[in-house]
Design a protein around this ligand. Structure first.
Ligand code: PRX
Length: 663
């Protein structure tokens, strides 16, 4: 079959079953897309099912939820080495502060790098990095280990030690990976701030983490333009006052940047000093020691520093990657996410390396210098697995079928999607044109909080476009009403996780009560994800979207509160509200409502200035689609902005219960 033919009829002919399920509000007839039999039978997950004496992954799943601790314990030894074993897989005595693999000691850097560098994978390519300009850097596991070792010595020379939190603000370069591993090797925690964020976002994260050391770059390349990382860092560090003592600057662009005497140091100068290639010890960490912070937007106030652990995190990341993306020794895996987000942490920086995989990383924009760039990279390196986001699929789909058709994508065998619901049309295009009807799509639902996949197909799952299908092994999920009752089939409800999982966040940095309140209090004993979802008659999950004040723009997670605070930092703005409205390409776009201070006039020029202001403060992804000037905002009597009323009005929908609206 060529990629131009419609797959649906072909596939339904082999499908075991059809359904008229209404997927995610769409009325299109749904059909199962069956994975190629050979792929399913030879998959890692099927091999494990057979080892356990099960004929199918469904049977295996049932066993894992009846014996979750045995299952996760088996995974912990299957995929990882430990310095010291655990005495309990799970300790629930201080729920919801669950502990996993108690008393065990480990370091993910040993599992992801050092055991490979000292073993059979020594000369295997770990990373192929390509810049926007086409420069290529390759690292074997041994070379990668040497880079991490050197970086760790440099950090040590700047006083970084166990328990410190180091903020990292870099573009998508290999040094970002080296830095993260080096920090963890020393037993310190990284807090990576996405390189597309700007001053405000960086400053608030440095301050909350109280980072004495910040790692940044002179700049990064995106769409053939320099992102001024150092300038942004300077502004953020100045705002953070006395907190930051050292800024380590990685040279990437080579353009002129300010180097502040006594505070800023070039990485390459430190790295060239004597002794930096001496072996640096890898700290033995307790499984429950924190490994990193990752800030994410929540409903209110400042961004939350989610804390992930040294032990459980790596167990679930390795298991999910092996069983979902079926990584085999000769795969060439490519996750297009930025390492600065959880997808990059789990499925670029750590997961593939734990499994000893070869991966590709590309620095720049998918359409630079032309919309075929991604497919060219896939062809050039013989990529076998691509893991990307629906927004990217939608934007590349716009350029038509002919662009991917110019490249040889015959090595691809699996595709993936993450970050937001994928609309069935984009799913089908991805499946037909990129995957040439051959590659199942792993639509993985998870969150910064969950650390790893929670609801996802595997290579044996019959697929429905737009559904993440069913929970991963050992994970029990459900859709409940506000009262905690099972939602009726195909009714919207709250997506919940019914029991702890190894890679779950452990707390919110500096605010354990907020952790309890946000995730474990709405329905006691259950984790509420903040998403609404439905389940269909086959038990498949359909995630609809956020029910809190988080906006997903192109899959990026932004908080209304952060956008609003960026707006009110402009002298013209008295009050502001931000909401997300549907957008064809981005999934959602930010629309804002602004009350001006006296003396300012509502003009198009001012609206444009405010859009730019938010972009400058927070980063280009947060730039609002629209700024609407309004005389007042709908508020509750206690003064809380009712964003859902703004949203309903904007969409021409009923405004719902207004009983708490201010008179
Ligand atoms: O709303 C869900 C959406 O992204 C949220 C988590 O965002 P973040 O913490 O930034 O992590 C993104 C990468 C894991 C979820 O609450 N989401 C993520 N993946 C999917 C999704 N929605 C639907 N389908 C998905 N596959």
């Amino acid at each position: 079959m060529t990629h131009k033919e419609s797959p649906v009829e072909e596939i339904s002919a082999t499908a075991s079953k059809t359904t008229d399920q209404n997927g995610a509000g769409k009325s299109a007839q749904q059909k199962f897309y069956l994975p190629p039999e050979e792929l399913a039978q030879n998959s890692n997950i099927m091999a494990y099912a057979r080892e356990k004496g099960f004929a199918s992954v469904d049977e295996l799943y049932q066993w894992t939820i009846q014996n979750p601790q045995q299952f996760w314990g088996e995974m912990a030894t299957r995929f990882l080495d430990w310095y010291q074993p655990w005495n309990h897989v799970l300790d629930e005595s201080q729920a919801p502060f669950y502990k996993w693999f108690t008393r065990a000691t480990t370091n993910i850097v040993h599992n992801a790098i050092e055991r490979h560098a000292n073993g059979a994978n020594r000369d295997k390519t770990a990373l192929i990095w390509e810049s926007e300009q086409g420069e290529v850097r390759r690292f074997t596991y041994a070379e990668f280990a040497a880079e991490v070792n050197r970086f760790a010595n440099v950090l040590k020379s700047q006083g970084v030690k166990r328990g410190d939190i180091v903020t990292v603000y870099l573009s998508r370069v290999p040094e970002l990976l080296f830095a993260m591993h080096a920090i963890v090797k020393l037993g310190a925690l990284h807090s990576v701030v996405y390189g597309g964020f700007s001053t405000d976002a960086l400053h608030s994260r440095i301050l909350d983490a109280k980072s004495r050391v910040v790692i940044t770059g002179d700049g990064g390349w995106m769409n053939n333009k320099i992102v001024e990382l150092k300038k942004i860092t300077d502004a953020a560090v100045d705002e953070a006052g006395e907190v930051v003592e050292h800024v380590i600057v990685v040279r990437r662009t080579g353009h002129d940047v300010m180097i502040k005497e006594g505070r800023d140091v070039w990485y390459h100068e430190l790295a060239a000093q004597p002794g930096m290639d001496e072996p640096c010890a890898t700290e033995q960490m307790d499984a429950e020691d924190p490994m990193f912070l990752l800030y994410t937007s929540g409903s209110t106030g400042t961004p939350k520093g989610l804390v992930h652990s040294c032990g459980g995190y790596q167990v679930q990341v390795a298991t999910t990657l092996s069983f979902t993306f079926d990584i085999k020794p000769d795969d060439v895996y490519w996750c297009t996410a930025d390492p600065g987000w959880i997808t990059g942490h789990s499925y670029i920086v750590y997961g593939p390396m734990i499994l000893g995989a070869t991966q590709v990383m590309y620095e720049g924009a998918p359409t630079y210098p032309n919309p075929g760039r991604w497919w060219e990279i896939a062809q050039k390196y013989g990529v076998t697995i691509i893991y990307t986001a629906p927004t990217a699929v939608r934007s590349l789909m716009r350029f038509g079928d002919d662009v991917p058709a110019q490249y040889d994508l015959s090595k691809l065998r699996l595709l993936g999607s993450v970050g937001e619901p994928i609309n069935p049309e984009a799913w089908r295009w991805y499946h037909r044109v990129v995957g040439q009807n051959r590659c199942p799509i792993m639509d993985t639902w998870w969150q910064t909080e969950t650390g790893a996949f929670m609801i996802t197909p595997n290579p044996t799952t019959p697929l429905k476009p737009g559904s993440g299908t069913k929970p991963f092994l050992g994970i029990e999920a459900d859709v409940l009403t506000e009262e905690g009752q099972p939602a009726r089939q195909s009714d919207d409800g709250l997506l919940v996780i019914k029991r702890p999982w190894p890679s779950m966040l452990r707390t919110i940095h500096g605010d354990p009560q907020r952790y309890v309140d946000t995730y474990w209090s709405r329905l006691p004993g259950l984790y509420t994800a903040g998403d609404s979802a439905r389940r269909d008659e086959d038990g498949y999950f359909w995630v609809i979207g956020r029910i809190d004040d988080v906006i997903k723009v192109s899959g990026y997670r932004l908080g209304t509160a952060e956008v609003e605070s960026a707006l009110v930092s402009h002298p013209a703005v008295a009050e502001a509200a931000a909401i997300g409205l549907p957008h064809e390409l981005k999934g959602n776009a930010i629309h804002t409502f602004v009350i001006l201070r006296q003396g300012y006039e509502a003009t198009d020029a001012l609206a444009e200035e405010l859009r730019k202001h938010v972009g400058k403060e927070m980063g280009p992804i947060a730039r609002p689609e629209a700024v609407n000037f309004v005389p007042n905002l709908p508020k509750t009597r206690s003064g809380k902005i009712m964003r859902r009323v703004l949203k309903a009005r904007s969409l021409g929908l009923p405004e719902g219960d207004l009983s708490t609206l201010e008179g």
